[in-house]
Design a protein. Structure first.
Length: 309
């Protein structure tokens, strides 16, 4: 918008000898200057209050044309930074953007970064379709260590109960990590279990949250029923360390009350809970089935049958 001040100033500027100006013309010039002074601020305000623009767009995969969700889209300028994410349709929108030149920066994990320079014009709607090319992400190689062992059917139930049971469990990995001096030490660390010294470096296991009341009504320690490799052993006057060495332990399962004891360990005397210890003798680690040896038995039988015909 041009300002009347510029035309009036040209009228006043002259070169050479000044000429006389009549009263009427002087009054006209003064009126023009007053109008110029009044209109100029309004004209500047109109320029500064230019309507904002609207920038919208869609981000799609370059290969398939499918929209990409949660893409980071930013408009960057010297003093302005606008940002947002695309929705489920891959759409982004900036409803009020000041006129100017911006960098349109588009980023998403697994795709190449896209950067474009755009010019935003006042009062206009600028619509874009941004196509991103996939960029594979290089990851560190995955190292898999396979441990092969033969698991005895005696331990099938133990592993099932570790996954779905209601007790506390100790695996071979736990034993190797803690390196206990005695089996009672690692059992005594479990919730609701305590160990009681019964001699030099000998301990018995009791359920610390329960008290047993005998026939005479007097309270006493609550002794759990103990199994080793599925066989029940007496524990009221024995130490678990007399039966099992920590290096032989494959797994331990502890049930603190009759309500959580599995059926195979249940019984009227399981009121104080059950402790079951499984040793590596039940695992047979390193045992492998040799196909040649397996096939040799029927082969010998067939050869013997042919020779004696």
């Amino acid at each position: 918008m041009s300002s009347p001040c510029r035309s009036s100033s040209r009228i006043l500027i002259s070169t050479g000898r000044p000429r006389p100006v009549g009263r009427a013309r002087a009054a006209s010039l003064m009126l023009g200057l007053c109008l110029c002074a009044a209109v100029a601020p309004y004209a500047r305000a109109q320029d500064e209050a230019a309507p904002p623009a609207r920038v919208v767009g869609t981000v799609v995969a370059d290969e398939s044309g499918e929209p990409i969700e949660a893409v980071s889209v930013r408009l960057l300028a010297a003093v302005t930074q606008l940002g947002g994410l695309t929705d489920g349709r891959g759409v982004f929108a900036f409803p009020r953007v000041a006129p100017g030149v911006y960098e349109l920066l588009v980023e998403h994990l697994g795709y190449e970064v896209r950067s474009d320079s755009i010019e935003v014009v006042s009062g206009e709607v600028h619509a874009f379709e941004v196509r991103l090319k996939m960029q594979p992400i290089e990851l560190e190689p995955l190292i898999v260590t396979v441990r092969r062992w033969y698991v005895s059917p005696l331990l099938w139930g133990f592993y099932d109960r570790v996954d779905t049971g209601f007790g506390n469990y100790v695996t071979r990995e736990d034993v190797e990590q803690r390196k206990p001096a005695r089996v009672a030490h690692i059992i005594g660390e479990l919730p609701g279990v305590a160990i009681v010294p019964v001699g030099v470096a000998r301990y018995q296991i009791v359920m610390s949250r329960y008290r047993y009341f005998g026939p005479d009504g007097r309270p006493g320690p609550c002794w759990p029923v103990v199994y080793v490799d599925g066989m029940r052993i007496g524990i009221s006057d024995e130490s678990i360390d007399d039966f099992v060495d920590p290096n032989d332990v494959e797994g331990i399962e502890v049930y603190k009350g009759a309500a959580t004891v599995p059926g195979e360990f249940g019984g009227a005397d399981a009121t104080c809970g059950v402790i079951a210890v499984w040793t590596r003798r039940a695992v047979g680690e390193g045992k492998k089935w040799d196909i040649a040896k397996i096939l040799a038995i029927p082969a010998l039988f067939i050869i013997s049958f042919i020779l004696f015909q």
